[in-house]
Design a protein around this ligand. Structure first.
Ligand code: FAD
Length: 408
């Protein structure tokens, strides 16, 4: 017997409760949108795994990830966001109504913000889970380099991030040992990074090696490497081990719906819009240059704001522009264009002569969402609709050209 799922409606659903999701929640909640945030494990996301965040502005003494994220959560709660602690199991984001399903519920919303973050790829070696994050295995040189000042660290990997982050670590650590699985001299990174790394006196390479196991008491003390050719084991004393062998975004749920890069990150534009109308993404799940709390916050703010604009525009489109199938005239102009501004009177005068027609003037300066919904690229333009269909688009706007519009 299949269980009937309980159906609930929201304006917007945010999937993932990390820095990006909680910030999007603050913006949506504050804009009085009926907002649901679904988080499957720890509220606060990946940042809660780090004991010290020193580079998030506004906290000169630093803050623990958990404390910082608690503040984010508190602020989102204050603005009336509803929280559910469960995993999203499936989505259908392609239609106008967005469907998000958990084990028990089916949630329906007008918009969705995806903030599911990602996870660093692991080596799978023995004892790895014991030393993750604060116990010596790190995935973030920017975050943990300072704590390794004058220490010996290992970097696993030879791609661009491994080598570039390894070079960055040499500014702090006294020695950076790179474990590379390839033959001597072969690396996956670009040639410039390779040349810089090979010339760096603080860097040392162990070729043909993979991690066999991690050892230590409370904190990681040794990495046991295995030679892939001779199978010989080699124990190396280190203070921290940085894994840069890939990052896996949590996008399995969205495949075949939302456009992804070849590395499975979500493709967004500067408004955090995905390829699907009404679907936004923010934070580490996106294709982006820097994955940090500060940038996740920036993304989340944009996504929340863009989502609010999208919903407000949707209402104007439905209620005003489609005008229940009756006659409707829309003037799309850019408020920063003085000539286009002057033509508002012209359009309004024309409208006044036809009282059965509704006139809407739309300044696209802040958001061109309505122009996009009407598929109009030339600005300024006048669009005439009847029976909810576009009948005429006019970009040469004068009293004369307006009078040529056939108002049937
Ligand atoms: P995340 O924080 O990853 O949040 C995504 C959330 O989505 C998770 O909570 C996850 O459980 C949830 N989720 C995923 N799938 C589902 C689903 N199907 N249903 C429901 N929920 C789901 N950055 C800094 O700025 N400074 C630092 O010092 C720093 N230190 C770091 C230390 C470590 C050890 C690590 C790993 C990262 C560190 N970072 C640091 C990076 C920072 O943590 C991330 O950039 C930031 O957390 C990204 O936020 P996010 O909201 O995009 O994703």
């Amino acid at each position: 017997m299949t269980m009937e799922k309980k159906i609930e409606h929201f304006d917007v659903i945010i999937i993932g409760g990390g820095a990006a999701g909680l910030t999007a929640g603050i913006y949506c909640g504050r804009a009085r949108l009926k907002t649901l945030l679904i988080e499957k494990s720890l509220m606060g996301g990946l940042a809660t795994y780090t004991s010290e965040i020193e580079n998030y502005p506004g906290f000169p003494e630093g803050s623990s990830g958990t404390e910082l994220m608690e503040l984010f959560h508190k602020q989102a709660k204050k603005f009336g966001v509803t929280f559910k602690g469960t995993a999203v199991q499936s989505v259908d984001l392609t239609g106008e109504e967005k469907i998000v399903e958990t084990f028990r519920n089916r949630y329906i919303a007008k918009a969705v913000i995806i903030t599911t973050g990602g996870k660093p790829r692991l080596t799978g070696a023995l004892n790895e889970d014991i030393f993750l994050y604060d116990k010596g295995i790190s995935f973030c040189a920017t975050c943990d380099a300072a704590a390794n000042t004058d220490k010996t660290v290992m970097v696993v990997g030879s791609g661009d991030s491994a080598i570039e982050e390894g070079i960055f670590l040499t500014k702090f650590a006294k020695k950076v040992i790179i474990s590379v699985m390839h033959d001597e001299g072969i690396m996956d990174c670009n040639e410039i990074a390779k040349a810089q790394a090979m010339a760096n006196p603080k860097m040392e390479f162990i070729w043909n090696s993979t991690v066999h196991s991690y050892e230590g008491a409370d904190h990681l003390e040794r990495v046991i490497l295995k030679n892939t050719k001779t199978q010989e084991l080699q124990s190396i004393n280190i203070d921290s081990c940085f894994l840069f062998i890939g990052y896996l975004p949590n996008t399995e749920l969205f495949q075949n719906q939302v456009a992804l890069t070849s590395r499975s990150n979500i493709i967004v534009n500067e408004r955090m819009e995905t390829n699907l109308p009404g679907v936004f993404a923010a934070g580490d799940v996106c294709e982006k240059f820097l994955k940090q709390v500060a940038t996740a916050v920036g993304d989340g703010a944009i996504a929340g704001y863009a989502c609010e604009k999208y919903l407000a525009e949707g209402e104007i489109f439905e209620q005003q522009i489609l005008n229940e199938g009756k006659k409707s005239l829309v003037y799309l102009y850019n408020g920063s264009d003085a000539v286009a501004r002057e033509k508002i009177t012209l359009v309004e005068d024309f409208g006044a002569k036809h009282p059965d027609m509704r006139v809407t003037c739309v300044d696209i300066y802040k958001s061109d969402g309505l122009a996009r919904r009407l598929a109009v690229k030339d600005i300024p333009s006048v669009v005439y609709l009847n029976n909810s269909e576009i009948k005429t688009v006019l970009s040469d706007i004068s009293a004369n050209t307006l009078s040529t519009i056939s108002l049937s």
